[in-house]
Design a protein around this ligand. Structure first.
Ligand code: ADP
Ligand code: ZN
Length: 437
């Protein structure tokens, strides 16, 4: 029975000491291999790490960091350890924070990645008996093909649904008896409206029992809201293109943080404004090193994503390190009148209200009285955008609830949206900081 929950029992149940030893061995191998790539042989990395001298994983700190700007400036070819003829797939990041970054995979890289995704799926009890509907973009975005191949490796009946056409997704679920779906949390929320409009109750009218929510930050409150509506367990799935994409980090049945597959990645938590590790339990920037990547190894990649480590053993028995739900990106952290605010805190509060959508924008401005913060919230209810008792009551309640969450007083504005404008946007922009302009 236990076997069923491990796709690769050997790797998933390594002890801490065994994992540490494996990481050292794989780091050495990766450093040797990386010498085939121009950037490591001749660039900033040259001479920084002699594989013979790596005795502990902490030796990784002798290497410089890699940033998204490095990948942009040098281009993917500088990082390749193999000729292009050995590369079988290219993916690109979504370009949320600027020019998209491309990552090149050999067939071994794809096999390793696919296995990690299959591990995540098996860990939450999925098997070939399941029907998996992948509501993610197929193409350069990693969420489509990444999840797709993992699901097929596990043997699930896979529906490559892709995004778009919400009513069709509901139809597919009913026609094929979908038991598992992968989608963005904002899309899961908006799909609720389609279920309601069609009079379909996912709890009784579909076989859904598991959801994977990923690609964007979301709060525990949003997860619970989604679980309640769909009558399914929702698991957080986090990844970034530079570290393959999905399969980097996932929630296990213990649902207490996300494990990172440490047989394939080294994870560090670094002060976002500096180069030193943060203290145990503190929020820091996640920094990753690939340990198994052949085509395009990356060392100490500064992800700009913020989270904290969770100490101690996990209820599921895996010793691979755990991180908390993501706070968001470093660049999305607002400092307002000396207080740190993350968009996810706003989302958490808004998720408790009906009558408004989950789309919002935080606007920061300077006026004669100093700094000002406004949360603009989309609503399909036209009445809310007019001066009336109803909008007044909701506005006051939101201001109060937000003050207890973020400790500052905001202004609230409702923006009316309809039709396509009411659909969630892919990785929406949450902050408009006009203070500097
Ligand atoms: P981009 O960085 O351009 O958006 P990607 O498509 O590679 O490109 O997206 C990866 C990023 O998406 C991560 O670095 C992280 O900021 C965000 N992300 C992905 N999954 C999650 C998740 N489960 N929770 C929070 N943020 C996530
Ligand atoms: Zn676990």
């Amino acid at each position: 029975m236990a076997e069923q929950w491990h796709f690769n029992p050997e790797m998933e149940t390594l002890s801490r000491a065994e994992l540490d030893a494996l990481q050292v061995q794989r780091l050495r191998r990766s450093v040797v291999r990386s010498m085939q790539a121009p950037i490591y042989r001749d660039g900033a990395f040259a001479g920084k790490l002699d594989p013979e001298t790596i005795t502990s994983i902490d030796d990784i700190r002798r290497l410089p960091f890699t940033t998204k700007d490095d990948l942009r400036a040098n281009g993917p070819f500088a990082y390749l350890t193999v000729p292009l003829s050995e590369i079988v797939r290219i993916h690109s990041s979504s370009g949320t924070t600027g020019t998209a970054v491309s990552i090149f995979h050999t067939s071994d890289d794809l096999a390793n990645w696919t296995e990690l995704v299959a591990r995540c799926m098996a860990a939450v009890g999925l098997s070939k008996e399941d029907v998996f509907q992948n509501i993610a973009g197929y193409g350069l975005f990693t969420g489509g093909l990444g999840f797709h191949y993992g699901s097929e490796l596990l043997g699930m009946t896979t529906i490559p649904a892709g995004p778009g056409n919400s009513n069709r997704h509901i139809q597919l679920m009913q026609t094929f008896g979908t038991t598992v779906a992968h989608l963005m949390p904002s899309y899961a929320l908006s799909l609720m409206r389609n279920f309601e409009a069609l009079g379909v109750d996912p709890k009784t009218d579909t076989k859904l029992h598991t959801l994977f929510l990923g690609a964007e930050p979301h709060s525990e409150e949003t997860r619970l809201k989604i679980e309640e509506f769909y009558g399914a367990k929702a698991y957080n799935s986090y990844g970034l293109t530079e570290m393959n994409g999905p399969g980097l980090s996932f929630e296990c049945p213990a649902r207490d943080g996300m494990h990172i597959w440490e047989d394939q990645f080294v994870v560090e938590l670094i002060d976002p404004d500096g180069d030193q590790p943060v203290a145990e339990g503190e929020v820091g920037e996640l920094v990753y090193t690939t340990l198994a990547r052949v085509g395009m190894p990356i060392f100490r990649y500064r992800s700009r994503d913020l989270a904290a480590f969770i100490a101690g053993p996990c209820g599921c028995g895996r010793s691979h390190r755990r991180i908390t739900r993501l706070m968001g990106r470093v660049d999305d952290m607002i400092i307002y009148k000396g207080v740190n605010i993350y968009p996810i805190q706003i989302e958490k509060v808004l998720s408790g209200y009906s009558g408004i959508t989950d789309n919002f924008l935080i606007v920061l401005e300077n006026d004669q009285k100093g700094e000002r913060i406004t949360v603009e919230i989309d609503t399909e209810d036209r009445q809310l955008t007019t001066e009336c008792a109803e909008s007044d009551r909701l506005r006051k309640s939101l201001i109060e609830a937000l003050r207890s969450e973020i400790l500052v007083t905001v202004r609230i504005e409702f923006r009316q949206v309809a039709g396509d404008d009411a659909l969630p946007r892919m990785k929406p922009k949450r902050i408009d900081d006009r203070r500097l302009k």
